[in-house]
Design a binder for this molecule. Structure first.
Ligand code: SF4
Ligand code: SF4
Length: 317
């Protein structure tokens, strides 16, 4: 059985990637499961989707814990433990990261033994309108890596899955998927089917038994007040709102009220200040600012400019 996980951010099309790949596997004669798994259902939040494909009926259920292939659409997710990108990755697992950094760079960073590939076809997302197209790219690469899906099956799966979105969308997705397919040609069939798990090999999850106490004692992290500040939702951002203070007329009640995450504070003299650790990049403030004093800058560009000012290397995760 093939066990494949797609990791990305809400809006990047990981569910679509799993559906396209699942459909293509089905066309190739496989039994298939594909399903997305969401956390916070918000654009930019980490999500993953998974595909199981086998020649015989699939009796496994639930999240894939020992993947044969992991595809990461956004390399900023790799170092985020909560996104679970590296969960269950072993020397058998092929890791494909959409990144401009070379595989050896990632090998040194992650210190893992399995094959690592990078997919620079859609390395940077300049515009939110481009986010959905990464899903088809990832599906195209995955189809080539498993080596049992024809180009025709892949194309037909894209047409089937995206049929309702019109010819231009299908054409663009096809182009991206087939580009990734060609890019991965040298690695055709690199992903091997994993062995079926045996009952004898079952290991209890590595959890901590909590004593039976009141919730306040036994789950202090959850019940401690005001702990949401520890969650740096700024990591979700693909676009950064930047205030041009020369145009800002200090109508702070507009942007600070509309910000759904309370990420815009106001100084004593009425100047809005964005907390980039917790701004998730929804661009609501950009849309609401009356004099258009807030610009949307691609996050990687903003980080590169910051690094240049600080005299340090760019935005490597
Ligand atoms: S809404 Fe725009 S102009 Fe008004 S305070 Fe916020 S950034 Fe400045
Ligand atoms: S983009 Fe603007 S509205 Fe959205 S979280 Fe950031 S500061 Fe708040």
């Amino acid at each position: 059985m093939y066990r494949i996980r797609f990791h990305g951010r809400g809006g990047q099309g990981m569910k679509t990637a799993s559906r396209i790949l699942g459909n293509a596997f089905f066309e190739a004669g496989f039994e298939v499961q594909d399903a997305p798994r969401y956390g916070a259902e918000r654009r930019g939040a980490p999500i993953f989707a998974y595909v199981r494909a086998a020649r015989e009926p699939i009796n496994e259920r639930g999240i894939i814990q020992h993947p044969d292939l992991v595809i990461v659409a956004d390399d900023t997710l790799v170092p985020v433990p909560a996104s679970g990108v590296l969960a269950g990755v072993s020397a058998h697992t092929v890791l494909l990261i959409n990144s401009i950094d070379a595989p050896d760079v990632w090998r040194n960073r992650l210190n893992i033994d399995g094959p690592i590939l990078t997919l620079p076809v859609a390395a940077r997302v300049e515009d939110r309108a481009d986010l959905p197209y990464i899903g088809a790219t990832c599906a195209g690469a995955a189809a080539q890596l498993v080596g049992v899906i024809t180009q025709q099956a892949l194309a037909h799966a894209i047409e089937t899955e995206l049929g309702g979105l019109g010819g231009a969308v299908i054409e663009r997705n096809l182009e991206n998927a087939l580009g990734a397919w060609e890019f991965m040609a040298a690695h055709q069939g690199l992903v091997c089917e994993g062995v079926a798990p045996r009952v004898q090999d079952y290991q209890r999850p590595d959890w901590a038994d909590l004593p039976l106490e009141t919730a306040r004692l036994s789950a202090p992290t959850i019940y401690t007040a005001a702990n949401s500040i520890e969650v740096r939702t700024g990591l979700w951002r693909t676009l950064r709102p930047v205030i041009d203070y020369s145009r800002c007329n200090r109508c702070w009640w507009v942007c600070s009220t509309f910000c759904p995450d309370g990420a815009i504070a106001v100084s004593k003299d009425g100047q809005p200040q964005i907390d980039y650790d917790h701004c998730k990049g929804c661009m609501v403030c950009v849309a609401q600012c009356p004099p258009h004093a807030i610009a949307a800058i691609p996050e990687h560009q903003a980080q590169a400019e910051e690094a240049q000012l600080a005299g340090t290397p760019g935005d490597s995760p």
